[in-house]
Design a protein around this ligand. Structure first.
Ligand code: SAM
Length: 211
C-alpha cells in the first residue's frame, strides 16, 4: 500500500511501514532524522494531499493546539519567545485549519495524532486516547487519535503494558511525566518531545496497513 506519513521527521512510522513491505513516505519541512532520506519528502505537505494515497497518517504541530499552552491565549504582556494573546489565538486557528486539511483530504483512510487540546471541541472528541506505556514504552503521554476509515488501534491487554514511568509534582500540585517535564531547555526540546514512541509507531504500521 502507498502511505503518506505527514509531519514526520523521525520516520518512526514510515520505517515500520517499510519493514512490512509498504511504499511509505515521510514528509516534513525539516530534514529526516530517521536515516532514510530516500523515503523522505522534505517539503510542505499540503500539495501532496492532492495525490493518490491508500492511507495518510498525520502528526500535525500541536504547539498552539494543546491544552498545555492554553494559559498563553489570554491577553497579557509578552514574555520570552512564544506568542501570547491575540497573536497566539490567530496562530491557533491556523493550526486547526492545518489539522482539518488531513481530515478533509480526499484520501479514504486518514489517522491524525495530537495531544489533548482544542481539536477535541473544535472538531470532535478523539476516537481514542492512548499512552506509550500501553504499547510497551515506559512513558506516560496522553495521545489523541482521530480516525477516518482506519480502525481504532487495538490496545494490548494490561498485563503487557510497561510501567507508566516516573512523575514530577510542581509547586502548585500539578503532576507531569518526568521524561517530559525534566527535559532541559534546548533548541531541540520540542522536537524530542514530539517524536512518536516506537511501540505506538509499530502498532500504527501493523494495524493500519491491513487491507
Ligand atoms: C508535532 S511534530 C511531529 C513529529 C513526529 N511525531 C515525528 O515523530 O517526527 C510536527 C512536525 O510537523 C512539521 N510540519 C509543520 N508544518 C508542516 C508542513 N506544512 N508540511 C510538512 N511538515 C510540517 C514540523 O516540522 C514538525 O516536525
Amino acid at each position: 500500500m502507498k502511505f503518506l506519513v505527514a509531519c514526520e521527521e523521525s520516520q518512526a512510522v514510515t520505517i515500520e511501514l517499510r519493514k512490512l513491505g509498504h511504499e511509505a513516505y515521510s514528509c516534513d519541512l525539516e530534514p529526516c532524522s530517521g536515516g532514510h532520506p530516500e523515503w523522505h519528502l522534505q517539503q510542505d505537505v499540503i500539495p501532496l494531499l492532492n495525490e493518490y494515497w491508500d492511507g495518510i497518517i498525520a502528526f500535525p504541530p500541536c504547539t498552539y493546539l494543546a491544552v498545555s499552552g492554553a494559559s498563553w491565549l489570554k491577553d497579557q504582556p509578552k514574555r520570552g519567545k512564544g506568542l501570547v494573546g491575540a497573536e497566539r489565538r490567530e496562530t491557533q486557528k491556523l493550526g486547526a485549519k492545518f489539522f482539518m486539511l488531513f481530515i478533509n483530504s480526499k484520501c479514504k483512510k486518514v489517522g491524525v495524532e495530537n495531544p489533548i487540546g482544542v481539536m477535541s471541541t473544535w472538531y470532535r472528541k478523539p476516537d481514542q486516547i492512548i499512552h506509550p506505556y500501553m504499547f510497551g514504552d515506559p512513558f506516560s503521554k496522553p495521545t489523541c487519535i482521530w480516525v477516518k476509515g482506519f480502525p481504532k488501534l487495538i490496545i494490548p491487554p494490561k498485563e503487557l503494558w510497561a510501567s507508566r514511568g516516573e512523575f514530577l509534582v510542581s509547586k502548585n500540585g500539578k503532576r507531569g511525566a518526568k521524561w517530559n517535564w525534566g527535559l532541559p531547555p534546548s533548541a531541540d526540546r520540542a522536537r524530542i518531545r514530539s517524536k512518536t514512541f516506537p511501540g505506538i509507531a509499530k502498532a500504527i504500521a501493523e494495524q493500519w496497513s491491513k487491507d
